[in-house]
Design a binder for this molecule. Structure first.
Ligand code: HEM
Length: 381
């Protein structure tokens, strides 16, 4: 199987470049030579009463009942919301609920969450509904009833079935579909890799620097070990950035001492990634992502919005410009191939559903609107 590779198009970000071959280097240079806005002091005030996340009574932790059809998938943030009844416990949620709850529980910006929720409904759920939404795990029988779907776009696959559209290779702690056979459960080896980066530290804190190092290692390992490695325009370059910035920005516990970035220690990390056990014997239980007790979210008014999200690539770019590449291996590990601008012709930008194979579809939406990496499932059937 042969893939086409496009080097560093960030069309959905305000970083787009005019010539493709050296975009990654160019973007990285521009990012690292500019001054990050985070260095400008922002005043963030800690308000314990407003920031404490309720994990008692109706929001007490209840694990999923998979036998009864509950869905959990690749996103620890959404899995935890369903386990605490901030989203429906069955794991099938409306966009409006996903948007409201990610803002109110974690302090995610309304701009980011609205985009993610609608993107999810289009590519992983059922947008043709009075109440569009999607499963945070795999396909669910409650779709048609709850979301009033007409079935015109085929059976929605949910986030777990969103490979290349939403879910990517080189994830933070999930496996690559081709090499692991599963891309939505935690791969304990990958979790061990990030965990080990602070395990001997006197005061472990998994901050953005730590996640940046992990991202670099994850990308290089996938590129070197997965012959079918693919880093899609949206799922890879953009959405995958969230895999590595959301934990330090939103899983970290805020306090009067650390009102802005908080501290993400070992126990909190394990709790959000559904891990128990001691340092030398970490154990994963599928679907048990849990918001810890005494967890304080981001300060009100300091939500993680697109402008803040856009600052974080400074950290990645300085240490790892290759994160701005998109493309994949050509059937052999380490054979990363990138596209030149001339290769983006009609063959690769053909309309969804035409006979070029799924890989060419990777470029149909991003090529036209620059924000996706595939088509709603029904368009492919
Ligand atoms: C707003 C709606 C959201 C949607 C639709 C969404 C969707 C996803 C998807 C599809 C993945 C898999 C990406 C990949 O394979 O690389 C993912 C991963 C992830 N998400 Fe979310 N997410 C949302 C919100 C959040 C929030 C609010 C948080 C944290 C507070 C979060 C934290 C994460 C993390 C840490 C990962 C990486 C998991 C891993 O690699 O083990 N997400 N999310």
């Amino acid at each position: 199987m042969r893939y086409l590779f496009l080097h560093g198009v960030l069309a959905a970000l305000p970083l787009s470049a005019s010539a493709f071959p050296h975009v990654a280097e160019g973007v990285a240079t521009r990012l690292t030579s500019a001054s990050p806005r985070r260095s400008e002091k922002r005043t963030v005030t800690f308000d314990p009463a407003a920031q404490l996340v309720d994990v008692t009574s109706e929001h007490a932790f209840v694990p999923p009942n998979f036998a009864a059809g509950d869905q959990r998938g690749p996103c620890p943030g959404l899995n935890a919301l369903a386990n605490h009844n901030y989203l429906p416990h069955n794991g099938v949620a409306a966009c409006t609920d996903i948007t409201n709850q990610t803002v109110s529980v974690y302090g995610l910006g309304a701009d980011i969450t609205s985009f993610l929720a609608i993107y999810g409904a289009i590519f992983d759920g059922n947008i043709l509904s009075l109440d569009p939404g999607y499963s945070i795990g795999g396909p669910s029988s409650v779709y048609q009833d709850i979301l009033s779907g007409l079935g015109l776009l085929g059976t929605p696959q949910g986030l777990s079935g969103s490979q290349k559209k939403h879910e990517s290779d080189a994830s933070a702690c999930r496996g690559d579909l081709y090499t692991s056979g599963n891309d939505y459960k935690v791969d304990i080896n990958r979790f061990n890799e990030i965990y080990a980066l602070q395990s001997n530290d006197a005061s472990p804190s998994y901050d953005l620097d730590v996640w940046t190092g992990h991202r670099k290692e994850r990308f290089l390992k996938s590129k070197n070990e997965n012959p079918e490695f693919f880093y899609a325009p949206f799922a890879g370059v953009i959405a995958s950035t969230g895999d590595f910035t959301f934990p330090p920005r939103m899983f970290s516990n805020k306090s009067a001492a650390y009102p802005d970035n908080g501290i993400l220690d070992k126990d909190i990390l394990k709790s959000f990634f559904s891990i128990n056990g001691t340092d030398d014997n970490l154990v994963y239980t599928e679907g048990y992502e849990r918001i810890p007790a005494n967890f304080y979210k981001r300060a009100i008014g300091n939500e993680y919005t697109i402008p803040l999200f856009m600052e974080d690539p400074f950290s990645f770019a300085s240490k790892f410009p290759e994160m701005f590449s998109m493309g994949g291996n050509t059937g052999e590990s380490r054979q990363l191939r990138r596209a030149r601008s001339g290769e983006l012709d009609g063959r690769d930008l053909q309309l969804c559903g035409s006979a070029g194979g799924e890989q060419s579809l990777v470029f149909c939406v991003p090529g036209l609107v620059g924000c996706g990496s595939g088509c709603p499932e029904g368009w492919l059937q």
